[in-house]
Design a protein around this ligand. Structure first.
Ligand SMILES: *Cc1c(COP(=O)(O)O)cnc(C)c1O
Ligand SMILES: *[C@@H]1O[C@H](CO)[C@@H](O)[C@H](O)[C@H]1NC(C)=O
Ligand SMILES: *[C@@H]1O[C@H](CO)[C@@H](O)[C@H](O)[C@H]1NC(C)=O
Length: 344
């Protein structure tokens, strides 16, 4: 129950606990962590019960179903979640749902300290681990810099690096690849380093909560009755947000259509439209770009947990910057049918 496995391993492999995969980040075989089984499905009565709660309690009620109690106890979980969402958000609804027009609503994910959807996850991660944010002095706006440096509480700290983004990225990678540094930190400080980008399961899981929460807002005031379908339209650069909507659907939220909206930087939506994943003529040619990374969870999901297929596809992506095969096409059609994904 609630164990996690690598996207590149077989279903039969042993699962790991949430707190272990938060520390590990990437799985040792290069894959990403995903639930060993599908997400736990909640009953309609349970959704109705949760919908009467404020956001932090909704988050606890949902996450309790996704994290083994022997790993993070319900009391610890509740403390962490309330600390994360208690005082740090400018709006007491945390992620208020606002009526746009007719049957359209918009979920406001910008009320956290850095005005980014990331706050929903990053406010809870420091509760589990210490967090150090490195940012390039010459690469963030003045206001973003003030937001990051102004927030120096508890075990979250920001450090300005007198260089650009590439230097930060390269240096962090070098630190991770330096086994003598890792050994030193482990022996001297009993410390293990991990990354907090969206390859980390702890970044994705809190995002499932806000999709559920939006539906519950409409349940609570009887705009919807449980079971009424909704479509979600998600700005899709990085597939994490979309993936978390698919997980919300697995948990029982009646999501009908997932619409991937993107700007010209549209590798993921091109893939969904064509079944072809081609990094060869793209500017962002780094094989470990965030989008590439999180897509791996999706491929695992639509292939019914076929770890060797995922491994083959992503190894060929690293080698050729491209994948497409008959099997991929089958996969592609299946994903469009099963998950009802549309491009906008
Ligand atoms: C954080 C962020 C990304 C990258 O997301 P990761 O989850 O770190 O991979 C992309 N676009 C925007 C606007 C972001 O804020
Ligand atoms: C919270 O956000 C909603 C939606 O934008 C807004 O109507 C409400 O006034 C906000 N509340 C506070 C306290 O800012
Ligand atoms: C229900 O909640 C939504 C989202 O907060 C709001 O926009 C809508 O006006 C509410 N509807 C009613 C009938 O109160």
């Amino acid at each position: 129950e609630n164990m996690l496995i690598s996207t590149r391993s077989q279903m039969s492999s042993d699962g790991k606990f949430f707190s272990d995969v938060v520390i590990e980040g990437l799985a040792p075989d290069g894959g990403l962590y995903v639930p060993k089984k599908v997400f736990p499905k909640l009953e309609p009565t349970e959704w109705l019960r949760i919908s009467s709660m404020p956001y932090a309690m909704r988050a606890v009620a949902i996450l309790e179903n996704c994290i083994h109690p022997m790993d993070v106890s319900p009391v610890e979980l509740s403390t962490m979640v309330h600390r994360a969402y208690g005082q740090n958000f400018a709006n007491q609804s945390v992620v208020p749902l606002k009526h746009l027009t007719d049957h359209q609503y918009i979920l406001e994910l910008f009320h956290g300290p850095t005005a980014s959807f990331k706050d929903l996850a990053l406010q809870s991660m420091p509760q589990l681990t210490g967090v150090l944010v490195f940012f390039p002095e010459k690469g963030v706006s003045e206001i973003h810099k003030l937001q990051m440096t102004g927030f120096q509480e508890g075990n979250a700290k920001s450090i300005s690096v007198l260089s650009d983004f590439d230097f930060c990225q390269r240096s962090i990678k070098r630190m991770f690849g330096d086994s003598s540094l890792m050994g030193h930190l482990a022996v001297k400080y009993a410390m293990v380093l991990s990354t907090a980008n969206s390859i980390n399961w702890a970044r994705l899981l809190p995002q499932v909560v806000y999709h559920c929460s939006a539906y519950m807002d409409l349940l609570r005031n009887r705009t919807l009755t449980f079971g009424d379908p909704i479509d979600v339209c998600i700005p899709t650069g990085n597939f994490g947000n979309t993936m978390s909507a698919l997980y919300a659907k697995q948990m029982g939220i009646p999501i009908r259509k997932v619409i991937c909206a993107s700007n010209h930087n549209c590798i993921i939506s091109d893939f969904i439209a064509s079944g072809e994943y081609d990094l060869r003529n793209r500017k962002l040619l780094v094989s470990n770009s965030p989008a590439t990374d999180t897509l791996e969870r999706f491929i695992h999901h639509v292939s019914g947990g076929d770890g060797s297929l995922v491994r083959d596809l992503f190894l060929s992506l690293e080698r050729d910057h491209f994948f497409l095969s008959i099997r991929d096409f089958t996969l592609h059609n299946k994903l469009l049918l099963d998950d009802n994904i549309t491009i906008y």
